[in-house]
Write a protein that binds this ligand. Structure first.
Ligand SMILES: Nc1ncnc2c1ncn2[C@@H]1O[C@H](COP(=O)(O)OP(=O)(O)OP(=O)(O)O)[C@@H](O)[C@H]1O
Ligand SMILES: [Mg+2]
Length: 511
């Protein structure tokens, strides 16, 4: 009886440009009313497989059955008609529309066949909100909604179109811990209301919490499908990466007395709201060979701190110094070259990469005009550029990079991130600003990136690590400063750095 399955993907293969095998003979069955996790390394083929199910790509080979019937899903409209909905990682809301307008757009209930029947639309959305315990302020303009609110509206949009099969591609990568809890509750409600759910995620703890089964992909192939109540997280991790993971820890050695980065009495206003304080009288110092972790709830000044150091925002008062030189008013270019700074930014697509350049070109973005990549007269040394790019591809295991000649846009999200990290950790620098380095990376890549950050420490680089992942802060920091409402409210060093102590400092200072 195949009818118990909402989705059956049989023998699906997807080959791009005649040579990149993104999926190979994949079999994936989704039971009605289950939460099915789709997991695997960066570039394993998860997004591609779901894009096929949603009609974005036509597979090279294979059959798809929906509720037991073979279907050709030639585009997303066909998918919608089959009651399949997908929430992509980057939402596509119309900024100047209210949330209810975004939810209904294209499927409005009409009055006299022409006018939108706002009353009927709102009533329908409100009923859906109640049924699924999924509330959002419908009159909010999309541009004023938080990421979490926009995501709830995206889910309502699918339910408004009566989707029964819901696909989520890394939905929690952009959410705060509180929002993640809320989202997981929504998933369970949806499941209890009979929806079939496919969840792509790299976060094992949330998969353990909500998923019934998980299918593991590796290099385009299915390794297996597992019942979560019979399988441990370690077994799943092993299936994903094909080896045992190491625990990465900082030994707190190699710290010199030489101060590399100094922040003096920094006062900053929030970027998007001039009246609100971003940072207040902040003082920080980082020595050569030291990793300073910044911990705290998102939105407490981390973004402003990163922007000021990177030169993307001006402070109200105060100074930033690198190697005793005041760089507060220096250009971004000077910071990178003269003052030896590197930067792994939060928004990798906006600030870190040129998506339509190839991988090699992206590894020398800032440094292409200088030695060893160009002569004094500015003549490019293509051999050196190629060598540098290909070394990063190899060392950081950038998958399907075609020797560095693949266009970055064609790479999976996680592999794009590895290019930036590789470039910034490898280029010459004294100070590295690192913001959420492992967002969207698989567990094997996280282990590797963490070990490379510790290598950079060994080379006596000073590192500022801003991260909302407490595990990451604990694994890597020599010292931790806790930010709350733009102020440093506590500091922990070496062995004193623990979940409990960070938690205590956060709670003790809550206003
Ligand atoms: N449009 C495309 N053209 C060429 N190659 C592509 C295209 N889309 C994806 N690929 C390749 O297919 C492989 C699988 O990519 P996919 O995005 O499905 O990975 P993923 O499992 O979602 O990874 P991640 O966890 O990093 O998001 C990648 O190695 C990528 O290079
Ligand atoms: Mg993906």
């Amino acid at each position: 009886m195949s009818i118990e399955y909402a989705v059956e993907m049989q023998n699906i293969s997807m080959i791009f440009n005649n040579n990149i095998i993104a999926n190979k003979n994949v079999n994936l069955n989704i039971k009605k009313g289950e939460i099915h996790a789709l997991i695997g390394e960066n570039g394993a083929g998860k997004s591609t497989l779901m894009s096929i199910l949603f009609g974005i790509y036509e597979p090279t080979k294979g059959i798809i059955k929906i509720n037991g019937n073979v279907q050709i899903i030639s585009n997303p409209i066909v998918a919608n008609n089959l009651k399949i909905g997908m929430v992509h990682q980057n939402f596509q809301m119309v900024d100047i529309f209210k949330l209810w307008e975004n939810i209904a757009v294209g499927s409005e209930i009409k009055k006299f066949k022409v006018f939108n029947n706002k009353k009927a639309i709102l009533k329908k959305i409100e009923t859906i909100m109640k049924e699924n315990d999924l509330e959002v302020n419908l009159n909010l303009l999309a541009k004023n909604a938080t990421v979490g609110e926009q995501q709830r509206a995206e889910i309502l949009k699918l339910l408004y179109r009566e989707a029964e099969i819901l696909i989520f591609d890394e939905p929690t990568a952009v959410l705060t811990p509180n929002e993640i809890d809320g989202f997981l509750k929504v998933l369970i409600n949806l499941k209890n209301n009979g929806k079939s759910i496919i969840l792509i995620s790299h976060k094992m703890d949330e998969i353990e919490k909500v998923a019934d089964r998980a299918t593991v992909l590796r290099r385009g192939k299915v390794i297996g499908t597992y019942n979560l109540n019979e399988t441990s997280v370690d077994e799943l991790s092993f299936a994903m990466v094909g080896r045992q993971l190491k625990k990465i820890i900082n030994n707190h050695k190699d710290i010199d007395n030489k101060k590399i980065l100094e922040i003096e009495n920094l006062n900053v206003q929030k970027n998007n709201n001039k009246k609100v304080i971003g940072l207040k009288k902040l003082n920080l110092q980082i020595k050569a060979g030291e990793i300073l972790g910044i911990s705290g709830v998102q939105g407490n000044g981390q973004e402003e701190l990163a922007n000021i150091i990177a030169g993307m925002q001006k402070p109200k008062s105060g100074k930033v110094l690198i190697n005793q030189i005041d760089i507060t008013k220096k250009s971004i270019y000077e910071r990178y070259h003269k003052y030896k700074m590197s930067h792994i930014p939060l928004d990798r697509q906006k600030h870190g990469l040129v998506l339509d350049f190839n991988v090699i070109e992206n590894t020398v973005l800032q440094d292409v005009g200088i030695k060893p990549f160009a002569s004094k007269l500015g003549i490019l040394n293509f051999d050196e550029i190629k060598k540098f790019g290909q070394t990063i591809v190899e060392k950081y295991d950038v998958r399907n990079a075609s020797n560095g000649y693949a266009i970055v846009r064609s790479l999976s999200g996680g592999n794009q991130q590895k290019i930036i990290i590789g470039r910034e950790l490898t280029r010459e620098s004294d100070f590295i600003l690192i913001y959420q380095p492992t967002r969207g990376l698989d567990i094997g890549s996280i282990e590797f990136i963490h070990s490379q950050i510790l290598e950079a420490k060994k080379l006596k680089k000073a590192i500022l690590l801003i991260s909302y992942e407490l595990n990451e802060i604990l694994a890597l920091s020599d010292r931790v400063v806790i930010l709350s409402s733009g102020e440093a409210i506590g500091e922990l060093t070496g062995d004193k750095i623990s979940y409990e102590n960070i938690g205590k400092l956060m709670i003790g200072n809550k206003k």
